[in-house]
Design a protein around this ligand. Structure first.
Ligand code: 5AD
Length: 454
């Protein structure tokens, strides 16, 4: 839910599914609507407009949203004037199915049409016969000049890139979010400065393949992702800069050097591998080989010894054999990621894989493989967390511990949840960056004590 100041009688409730880009897009929609006088609804009951910002990356995400739409029918029945909208990737992907299965939906809006939301809501309120659709993909739209309605806090997002040009064979994103485009550096700097003024301490730059970012104005030199980071580092007030998700082949030596050099840039990288099998990587059209991925990890760890790494892995992709799967297990054992996000392949219509590669790994086999690597990663993560004991880490405090309000909580530079008792002789509050010596851990949390910074 977004906290939009009440500026008119009408109130909107935005519910978000999927990735961080969607959370940022919901804040963008909140900004567009706040700019035209909409207030924010604290609950679904008091909403005049409900928007569901959706995900299409796996079938399960879409099934969940269809389930949610059935729940929401009761709000439509209770309030016939309620405007119910479906936004985002699934809106783009499944417009017909949505209209067919949930004919009471009033608005279907794709990721490039959020500027039109106020007009669409007006139209849906006026006529209310057929759903109002806007699903044009616009290769120029980067929402420049709009200020997202961000949740107040320590940490916020800025989308610096929209769309994707990679066309991995399994992935729906290029079809629902269109071609890759970068936001002008001046616009990114403006937003980050504004966030610093509002008291944000951490900014996360978002893009589908964020490190392929590039932007060029006529007659000027091109800005690449390392340049963009370097432009943000001097902004006072911003203490930590993160970004997600980088794409393996878009890591330049210059980018690695920039991360290594700048204290403000978080020492945590999410590097989706998808598979450890060279054969599968080729079938997925990932544009890197297994050897190249291994070398990239080596280069990063050599240049930035303190780096924490995470990855995305899919099991059961078309044609994946036991031997391919063993390669994935071997990759995980060798690389020892700090975290991993693990998925079963889910066929997405329109993708190259859906049109050309039978979904031939059985559900049973996908389940078995997934369970195997979940267990493996749990034990690796537990060991990696234990290795933190005895180290001193910089923690950005973001609140108090859920278990004990005498404990502060935050994330280390390596993005690990860390809790420590409030020091007796010094005030430490959310937004502060402090040194914490790690003394213990649970499977997903570090426990430590405040130490005076040197
Ligand atoms: N099925 C399962 N997982 C997928 N992902 C992307 N497309 C699919 C799909 N069709 C996963 C990838 C990606 C993450 C965001 O979601 O691992 O990195």
């Amino acid at each position: 839910m977004l906290d939009i100041e009440s500026r008119s009688g009408k109130k909107v409730f935005i519910e978000t599914y999927g990735c961080q880009m969607n959370l940022a897009d919901s804040e963008l929609m909140g900004g567009v609507l706040a700019g035209t006088g909409y207030g924010s609804a604290k609950t679904l009951d008091e909403a005049d407009v409900i928007l569901i910002n959706t995900c299409a990356v796996r079938e399960r995400a879409e099934d969940r949203i269809f389930g949610r739409l059935t729940d929401l029918l009761r709000y439509k029945n209770a309030n016939p004037d309620l405007v119910l909208g479906i936004a985002g990737c699934m809106a783009q992907h499944l417009r017909e199915k949505i209209i067919d299965q949930a004919p009471y939906v009033d608005i279907v809006v794709g990721p490039d049409s959020y500027r039109n939301l106020p007009a669409m809501i007006d139209k849906a309120t006026g006529e209310a016969a057929d759903p109002v659709l806007d699903l044009k993909l616009d290769k120029a739209e980067v929402y420049e000049g709009l200020t997202p309605k961000r949740r107040p806090g320590i940490s916020g997002w800025v989308s610096v890139q929209r769309g994707c040009d990679k066309f991995c064979t399994f992935c729906i994103v290029p079809f629902v979010r269109g071609r890759e485009r970068g936001v002008a550096p001046s616009e990114v700097v403006r937003q980050v400065r504004e966030m610093a003024e509002q008291g944000y301490k951490e900014v996360t730059l978002l893009g589908q393949t964020v490190n392929s970012y590039r932007h060029q104005l006529p007659g000027e030199p091109e800005t690449d992702f390392a340049d963009l980071l370097s432009m943000l580092v001097p902004i006072d007030g911003i203490e930590r800069i993160r970004f997600t998700s980088p794409y393996p082949t878009d890591f330049t030596p210059k980018l690695i050097e920039t991360i290594a050099r700048e204290d403000k840039i978080s020492k945590y990288l999410h590097l989706p591998a998808q598979s450890g099998s060279a054969r599968m990587l080729e079938m997925m059209r990932r544009q890197y080989t297994r050897d190249e991925y291994d070398k990239l990890i080596d280069d990063i760890r050599t240049a930035i010894p303190d780096i924490a790494l995470s990855t995305d892995i899919m099991v059961g992709s078309p044609g994946e054999t036991d031997e391919d799967f063993i390669q994935t297990v071997e990759l995980m054992e060798k690389t020892r990621f700090d975290f991993a996000y693990l998925f079963k392949y889910s066929e997405r219509s329109n993708t190259y894989a859906a049109r050309n590669m039978p979904d031939d790994v059985s559900e049973q086999e996908k389940g078995d493989r997934l369970r195997h690597i979940i267990e493996l990663q749990e034990s690796i993560s537990a060991e990696v967390f234990k290795q933190e004991i005895g180290r001193t880490r910089r923690v950005l405090v973001d609140g108090v511990s859920r278990r004990d309000e005498n404990d502060l909580a935050g994330r280390s530079d390596q993005f690990k949840r860390t809790i420590f008792p409030k020091p007796a002789d010094r005030e430490v509050k959310p937004g502060d960056i402090v040194d914490v010596r790690i003394t213990d851990c649970t499977s997903h949390t570090l426990i430590g004590e405040y130490v005076e910074s040197k």
